[in-house]
Design a protein around this ligand. Structure first.
Ligand code: 13P
Length: 301
């Protein structure tokens, strides 16, 4: 492991590269990253970082967003097959159809979406800023795609708006049911329940806190509680345990492991830097259009 790390550090210097890793990445990947965080934090870093090369340890839409924000940089996605089944539930054609049906609505797309979907939307958002972004739009009616669970979470916080929701969901978070919550609450009485709003409304509604992966980490840090049930992907446990070793963090459900996020390992990070794998190419016309919805998010958030 230390050998890989040494080589990665050497290549990072040689290539003037930085490594960005999402909170869901394996511990060995988070350990070699220059920046670790949620989708919103990482997109802000990708927009302003000075390095020539960005190795994005996450899934395709994240690396694609980094390339859209920094088209002159080399952006590498270490594992070419690291996708997002939630992002795949919506197409630009679906959005055009929804726009025709709801001409007065603004389209808000979750960052977990393709460049085509971002290009067809008015504004993009992440779970960290979704309520703020949706709430700041002048339209009463909003089309929110593709995550129906995050959409429901936003809609409940903005009762003055009218929502048309997409039908997608994250298969990893969607596994968690109210039965799991009930069982785990009985097993750990008094534990705080922290969940991601990609969980279903029946789970999110019972949580002590719902928010982005980084917001979950910060919420635990500022809480006096000692025991936490974590309703998001297992990768957040690394940061939680490292920053608060005296507290107990228990995964709400054993299935909270994203197969796509777990494709990247330390060898694939090395390979990305050594062999320029796998470069996200700039599709200029498409990415210029998609940049508008991401830039609007960065302005409004
Ligand atoms: P965050 O924006 O909270 O990091 O979440 C990304 C994601 O894909 C959640 O499943």
């Amino acid at each position: 492991m230390t050998e890989w790390r040494r080589e990665i550090d050497r290549l990072k210097k040689d290539r003037n590269a930085v490594i960005l890793a999402h909170n869901y990445q394996l511990e060995e990947v988070q350990a070699v990253a220059d920046y670790v965080g949620d989708s919103f934090y990482l997109s802000k870093i990708a927009a302003k970082v000075a390095a020539e090369v960005i190795v994005f340890c996450g899934v395709r839409f994240m690396a694609e967003t980094a390339k859209i924000l920094s088209p002159d940089k080399t952006v590498l996605l270490p594992e070419v097959a690291a996708g997002c089944p939630l992002a795949d539930t919506i197409t630009a054609q679906d959005i055009e159809r929804l726009k025709q049906q709801h001409a007065d609505a603004a389209v808000v797309c979750y960052i977990n979406s393709s460049a085509q979907v971002k290009a067809a939307s008015d504004v993009c958002c992440t779970s960290a800023n979704a309520v703020k972004i949706a709430g700041s739009l002048p339209n009463k009616k909003l089309i929110f795609v593709p995550d129906k669970n995050l959409g429901d979470y936003i809609a409940k916080r903005l009762p003055e708006k009218e929502f048309v929701l997409g039908e997608g969901c994250c298969p990893t978070h969607a596994q968690v049911t109210p039965d799991h919550v009930e069982k785990m609450r009985a097993r750990y009485p008094g534990a705080q329940l922290l969940v991601h709003p990609e969980c279903c409304p029946e789970v999110t509604g019972q949580a002590d806190f719902a928010g982005s992966t980084s917001a979950i980490i910060h919420s635990a840090e500022s809480s006096a509680a000692q025991v936490f049930l974590i309703g998001t992907e297992i990768g957040v446990l690394f940061a939680l345990k490292a920053s608060q070793p005296h507290k107990q963090f228990i995964l709400l459900h054993e299935g909270l492991v994203c197969p796509d996020m777990k494709k990247t390992n330390i060898q694939s990070v090395y390979n990305a830097l050594a062999n320029n794998c796998h470069e996200i190419m700039n599709d200029k016309a498409l990415f210029d259009k998609a940049r508008q919805s991401i830039s609007r998010m960065l302005e409004l958030a």
